[in-house]
Design a protein around this ligand. Sequence first.
Ligand code: ZN
Length: 135
Amino acid sequence: MTLPTRLAPSTSPDTQFFWDGLRERRLLVQRCDGCGALRHPPRPMCPQCHSLAWTSIESSGRGTILSAVVMRHPQYPWFETDPVVVLVELEEGWRLVANLAGVESADGVMNAAVAVEFEDFEGDLTLPVFRMVAP
Ligand code: ZN
C-alpha cells in the first residue's frame, strides 16, 4: 500500500482559487467586494456585510506568529518529527494556520516574524508552510 504524502484538502468552487494559488507560489485571500474585508477560510458570503461578491488578492506571505502548538496526536506517518503548527497573522490582517518549518519545538516562537514558503506533494498538492525570518 502506498501512503499519500499528505491528506488532500476538500475543495469547492469557493476554495479552489486558494489551492490553485498555492500551486502558482501565490498566497491568496478572499476580499469582499462589498466592504473590503478579508476572510479565510474561503466561504461564499461575507460575514460582515453579507455580500456574495468577492475577489482574491495576493498576500505578502509575511506575518507574525500569534499561537503555536506541537501536534503530538494524531500521529501521521509523513511527519518525521511532531510538527509545530502555528497561527499566523499576515501583514494584511488575516490569519492562517500552517506548519512552521525549521524548528522542532514551539519554544520561543511566539511573536516571531515569519514568511510563507510553498511545499509540493504527490497528487498536485501544494501547501503553505511558514519559516521564521528576521523582522
Ligand atoms: Zn463585506
